[in-house]
Write a protein that binds this ligand. Structure first.
Ligand code: SF4
Length: 412
């Protein structure tokens, strides 16, 4: 049966919804006579009723796959409707949707059809048509297929804004157990290559004005980890993320709560709810590492390998380090202020700059944007403590405990 474009779209757009690493940011390209623009502040997303991002055309090139990853709906042994787009079909769809103002860019992923090289070559062809034939300057994020020829990865990277190689599992053991056809070195190799090319391209462009016409992956690379398909603790996940940020200068690690789609003794039962609250806490932990100068070991140590669900990771850290509190707002350094629950990046900066003019009072803190509901138990202001209960972890825990237990949300 010959399948129409709409039928393929239904299958392949649905197949892509499990990949969460589609956010875009940090890229600026000028329109040079073609159509579309990527903005430095990122693409504005809109969200469909079921929670999917719809401002990018988020699609799989194919859901055929020669691999059999246990956690994946598209794995080879699943009996599901299958479809493949040709590179021309995807390019035409993207450009048609763009002209109708449905989308601002493209997020293209793929199952592995025939071989990693063949799949990567077809992804490259989509970008070649969009960039060189349609002169499309909009945002394009593509997946890199582990095992593909580095030459293909490089030439695709010169046309894409962002690339991502999905590590999927945070440990080598879990990858071996759940995706035995993949290997950690095969996943890390293209990450390493992309990181090297980004650095090399940036330094060539600094040295020689005409070094490369195109920037290599100007919006950087990202990856995705599935949370809850394996038994890995939050500590394993957070440590893996820290290593990825440090080794490959990733822009983002995305965490995707595992949605039970396959029945296997290696996986949670089909009735298990996706661990969305855990995913949320991991994003908070990730934020602490990227912006608040926390190390993974401080967020989740060996004695507490899982993040608390009742409290965010910053408060949990404070409970374990009560000897550092209360902290005097008028003397603490910027780095120390960042550790206080209720004080964010902006409020810490404001405290530092306003302190240069005059000592800060408790009322001042409210205006600065400090969340006193939390911060008051961890600070003194001009020598006064406003917490009303002793500075003791157990008591503060009780005072800050959520009134209702956090409720697991549904995903779709
Ligand atoms: S390689 Fe990707 S698409 Fe194929 S089964 Fe594994 S996770 Fe799914």
């Amino acid at each position: 049966m010959v399948m129409g474009t709409l039928d393929k779209l239904a299958i392949l757009a649905d197949g892509a919804k499990y990949d969460v690493s589609c956010a875009s940011s940090g890229v600026e390209k000028k329109n040079k006579g073609g159509i579309g623009n990527s903005k430095a502040f990122g693409i504005c997303h809109t969200w469909s009723a079921d929670g999917r991002c719809v401002s990018l055309l988020k699609i799989l090139m194919t859901n055929y796959c020669i691999y059999n990853c246990t956690y994946c709906v598209n794995r080879n042994q699943n009996d599901i409707p299958r479809a493949s787009f040709t590179p021309r079909e995807i390019a035409d769809l993207a450009i048609g949707f763009y002209r109708r103002n449905y989308i601002e860019g493209l997020f293209l992923s793929s199952g592995i059809e025939h071989s990693p090289n063949k799949t990567m070559e077809r992804i490259y062809q989509v970008l070649d048509i969009l960039r060189n034939e349609y002169h499309f300057f909009g945002y394009i994020h593509v997946k890199v297929i582990p095992g593909a020829d580095p030459v293909l990865v490089k030439k695709t990277g010169l046309l894409a804004d962002r690339m991502s190689v999905n590590i999927e599992q945070p440990s080598e053991q879990s990858l071996k157990l759940l995706a035995p056809q993949k290997s950690l070195p095969a996943v890390l190799a293209p990450m390493n290559q992309i990181s090297d090319h980004i650095l090399q391209n940036a330094s060539e462009r600094r040295l020689y004005r005409h070094a490369q016409k195109n920037k290599f992956v100007p919006a950087g690379q990202s990856t995705q980890m599935i949370v809850g398909a394996s038994n890995d603790s939050d500590r394993v996940i957070v440590k893996a993320s820290e290593a990825l940020y440090q080794r490959f200068q990733l822009k983002r690690v995305y965490y995707s709560a595992y949605i039970p789609v396959n029945d296997s003794p290696l996986l949670p039962a089909l009735t298990t709810a996706p661990p969305l609250l855990r995913e949320h806490r991991l994003y908070q932990a990730d934020w602490l590492m990227r912006f608040y100068q926390f190390q993974a070991d401080e967020i989740v140590d060996e004695r507490t390998p899982f993040l608390e669900t009742d409290f965010d990771p910053k408060i949990s850290w404070a409970f374990r380090n009560m000897h550092l509190f209360p902290m005097e707002i008028n003397r603490a350094s910027y780095e120390e202020l960042l550790r206080v629950p209720g004080i964010g990046l902006i409020s810490a900066q404001r405290i530092i700059s306003q302190r240069r003019v005059a000592a800060i009072s408790y009322d001042h803190l409210k205006k600065i944007g400090v969340s006193l509901k939390r911060a008051r138990y961890f600070i003194t202001c001009q020598g006064h403590y406003y917490g009303a209960i002793p500075v003791e972890a157990g008591l503060i825990r009780r005072a800050l405990a959520p009134v209702q237990k956090p409720v697991q949300l549904t995903l779709f």
